[in-house]
Design a protein around this ligand. Structure first.
Ligand code: CO
Ligand code: CO
Length: 322
């Protein structure tokens, strides 16, 4: 962010990952064999059901720790909720959903802070641990690597369709389940196999985060449109022109460095730019380890993961081929 450049600058040899670049979380070395992974995230409800919202917001906050190869150990609630006018049961359900996700992550929920606010917001501050020489960023992708995506795309488009009253129960439910799924199993597969780079796919969509990876790593990413996992219903809504405003912003932001080759269906392109909440991991894996990585993902139940492309030498950019 532009504004950060005018603020006081911190330097500390133990700060392994900070403001620079577009990392998912900060990493601070405590000892030769131990570093903290620190992150926080919170947002307004993206689904109507408070229990699902709590789960999704928590899964999203935990995701940045997983994206950096860390293991979450401790979480704190961040809550904005009106003192008057809303049923307290709503808050209870949000917090219950969040707490269950923290438990599923194997971490401990240890408190938090709430603020009186007219608009509901919820999320977590998460502390994780990682070996200071084994954390991952989006800067490690190397020519020859294979690219994987661990969740299907389209949750932003489905959320918009739900708001517009055109999505059926099944589509809404499917999107909620995808968003509430932890990236834990995918992160464990990364650790067991050893990968080059990772990031989680969130607000900038697959192509926005892929472009960040290309720029941070100084490589070209090639994505095969037909291999990218997508939510079938979202493809249908995109065809009808049900596209969130933010997706157009993502397109404008990336356009110059993303090349869509002829033959890629337009509705797919919208899905590739679709802002995701609690999306999957985009992982760059050395070619010789790619088959083992895919096997591990399946073994751990990450059934919708797919190999979606590869990394090439060249100017930092993303190319989408049919
Ligand atoms: Co992230
Ligand atoms: Co985040």
């Amino acid at each position: 962010m532009e504004i950060l450049k005018s603020l006081p600058h911190f330097e500390d040899p133990n700060l392994l990952v900070g403001f620079e670049g577009s990392a998912d979380a900060a990493i601070y070395r405590l000892r030769e064999d131990l570093a903290l992974v620190c992150t926080l995230d919170f947002f307004t409800p993206i689904v109507d059901d408070p229990y699902w919202f709590g789960q999704i917001a928590a899964a999203n906050s935990l995701s940045d720790v997983y994206a950096m190869g860390g293991r979450p150990v401790l979480a704190l609630n961040i809550v904005c909720f009106p003192k008057k006018g809303l049923d307290k049961d709503i808050l209870r359900e949000i917090l219950r959903g969040g707490a269950e996700k923290v438990r599923e992550a194997g971490a401990v929920l240890a408190g938090g802070h709430s603020v009186d606010d007219r608009e509901i917001k919820y999320g977590l501050s998460v502390v994780g641990v990682v070996h200071p020489e084994r954390y991952l960023t989006n800067a490690g992708a190397r020519p020859g690597d294979r690219l994987f995506l661990t969740k299907p795309l389209g949750t932003g488009i489905i959320a918009t369709a739900v708001k517009g009253g055109v999505a059926d129960e099944a589509a809404a439910r499917r999107a909620m389940e995808i968003m509430a799924t932890l990236n834990r199993a995918a992160a464990e597969a990364m650790e067991e196999v050893g990968v080059s780079a990772a990031t989680d796919v969130t607000g900038f969509g697959l192509l926005g985060h892929a472009l960040e990876m290309a720029e941070a790593s100084g490589v070209k990413l090639v994505i095969s449109a037909g291999k990218v996992p997508v939510i079938k219903e979202a493809l249908g809504f995109a065809r009808l022109g049900i596209i969130p405003e933010g997706d157009y912003e993502n397109i404008r932001f990336c356009e110059k460095k993303v090349r869509i080759l002829p033959g890629v269906p337009e509705e797919r392109v919208f899905l590739f730019y679709d802002a995701q909440t609690s999306g999957g991991l985009l992982v760059s894996v050395p070619e010789e380890r790619a088959p083992r990585f895919f096997e591990k993902l399946l073994e751990k139940g990450v059934f919708e993961a797919a190999e979606i492309g590869y990394v090439e030498e060249g100017e930092a950019q993303v190319v989408v081929e049919p």
